[in-house]
Design a binder for this molecule. Structure first.
Ligand code: 5AD
Ligand code: SF4
Length: 482
């Protein structure tokens, strides 16, 4: 089906200026149904696909959609890249090292393609939305076959068809989001836990962040569509849903109806799903009514991911985060008081342009005060096109690395301290899969998102079992079913 390609290139390239645009007037998001033409459903027959996914849960969930689309076109999945006819990289743009990994991997694929010119190679996800990346691919990676953006997933059947039939490098990247597409099929990784998108994009424009450009304007899915998906999951026996969005607390703000994240969370909890959680929260939009709903429903997991980013008001201002460290701490303490035993994790960036020693010390002070259950910590990475990338920075990378190490030492200390509280306690654990430790050991998470290893039997998989915690480490715990 796939042969040598001629040099014609059809393009719709990403454009950062366009990606930044937001319409002023409130526009109701149009919903469009996903349809695949009958004649495209056979084009993958006898062929295998391999997808490698980088980045956040949003990307992982996109991959679940892409897999299902490919299987609707009769492709079969393989876990071995070497035996695939179609190799796709679903990429992440959030930091430089994610970029480098992808370009490194493309080098490996190039060798494979030299041996087997018939294979198709594609790149999608957030890097495909970046002008600089697409320019580089067009210059140095002409041997690739397909590049498509985060807003173009629904069109994959047509794009693949065009690539195959015209034998050309096909690039389709919409810079601006289009309609919300409902009805895209999904091949879920787990039979017990499911991701459910509740909104796409982000309008916060934190100055360091590329997401508002790569994922577009904030668009909430209609509540009817979300609830239908969750009810369907309950019927299929799913135990846990994670409501997904870059900034879930702002859910509904773009819809005409006066319906908020608190309303949605309540209705999802009422579907009878055993567990529901949501990521990611921006402190700015965390309302009291959300806290009340979390308190009211035992099936809403007492787990909140609340990115701090920095503990210095000066830096928070330069980041465009729209809160002060005092406001963050106030919200943190309110959550801890209202939701007993709630675990709170965070994201922190060190080395934002011109972060002083004092700024960094203030971040450490907030860490000492909040004693987070866990944190993802990063060194600032300049993303082309974002305001922070143009800011002057006189702090050396060595200094930033030292700061990161100091921060991680404190974060790990408090993770272990938080885990110590679990020793001897009996907690609910959703058993997900056999752990890497070996025979008879299974892994799962508590409702506070603590990783637990436990001896169990295959029949226990997918069940929420009571586990007594017998020993704790920094990142996991061991226990026994009681
Ligand atoms: N550099 C470093 N970290 C970043 N993040 C987002 N953009 C950048 C960047 N340019 C971090 C933030 C965010 C998490 C998903 O990634 O902490 O919360
Ligand atoms: Fe990026 Fe800020 Fe939006 Fe989060 S809230 S995705 S950090 S711009």
């Amino acid at each position: 089906m796939i042969g040598h390609r001629n040099e014609v290139i059809v393009m719709l390239k990403p454009n950062l200026l366009k990606a930044k645009m937001r319409q002023k007037e409130e526009v109701l998001v149009q919903v469009q149904e996903y349809i695949v033409k009958e004649d495209l459903k056979k084009i993958g027959k006898g062929k295998k696909y391999f997808i490698k996914t980088y980045g956040c849960q949003m990307n992982e969930h996109d991959t679940e959609n892409i897999k299902a689309i490919l299987e609707e076109m009769s492709f079969e999945e393989t876990e071995k890249m070497e035996e695939a006819d179609f190799i796709l990289l679903n990429t992440c743009a959030i930091r430089e090292n994610a970029h480098n990994k992808v370009f490194g991997y493309l080098g490996r694929i190039k060798h494979l393609k030299e041996e087997k010119p018939h294979i198709l190679v594609g790149l999608c996800g957030c890097m495909a939305q970046e002008e600089v990346v697409v320019e580089e691919l067009l210059k140095k990676y002409k041997w690739m076959d397909l590049v498509f953006g985060t807003h173009n997933i629904y069109n994959l059947p047509n794009l693949l068809n065009e690539t195959i039939s015209k034998k050309q490098l096909e690039v389709e990247v919409f810079s601006m989001e289009g309609n919300i597409i409902e009805g895209i099929p999904v091949k879920r990784d787990s039979q017990y836990k499911a991701w459910v998108n509740i909104m796409y994009g982000c309008d916060k424009f934190c100055t360091y962040c590329i997401v508002p450009y790569t994922r577009g304007k904030q668009r909430s899915r209609l509540k009817e569509d979300i609830l239908k998906e969750v009810k369907d999951l309950v019927e299929k026996g799913y135990q846990e849903v994670t409501l997904l969005g870059q900034n879930v607390n702002a859910y509904g703000k773009d819809l005409k109806e006066n319906y908020t994240m608190a309303n949605l969370l309540e209705e999802v909890a009422q579907t009878g799903i055993s567990r529901v959680r949501f990521v990611t929260s921006h402190p700015w939009d965390f309302t009291d009514s959300m806290i009340e709903i979390i308190q009211k429903y035992p099936n809403i997991m007492p787990y909140i991911h609340l990115p701090l980013q920095s503990g210095s008001n000066e830096i928070l201002k330069k980041m465009g985060r729209r809160y002060t460290k005092e406001q963050y701490i106030e919200l943190f303490l309110k959550l801890k008081e209202a939701i007993p035993d709630c675990s709170i994790t965070t994201d922190i960036i060190v080395g934002f342009p011109n972060e002083t020693k004092e700024d960094f010390e203030q971040t450490l002070e907030v860490v000492e005060k909040c004693q987070f259950d866990g944190a993802y910590t990063f060194i600032f990475s300049a993303r082309e096109g974002t305001p922070a990338a143009k800011m002057e920075d006189c702090v050396s990378l060595e200094e930033k690395e030292v700061r990161l190490q100091r921060l991680n030492e404190r974060i790990n200390f408090y993770s272990k301290k938080a885990n110590d509280q679990y020793l001897g306690k009996v907690v609910p654990v959703l058993l997900e899969k056999e752990s890497e430790k070996g025979e008879g050991t299974f892994m799962g998470y508590t409702d506070t998102m603590k990783l637990v290893n436990v001896k169990a039997e295959k029949k226990d998989l997918g069940k929420i079992v009571s586990v007594e915690i017998e020993s704790v480490k920094t990142w996991s715990m061991d226990g026994r079913i009681v």
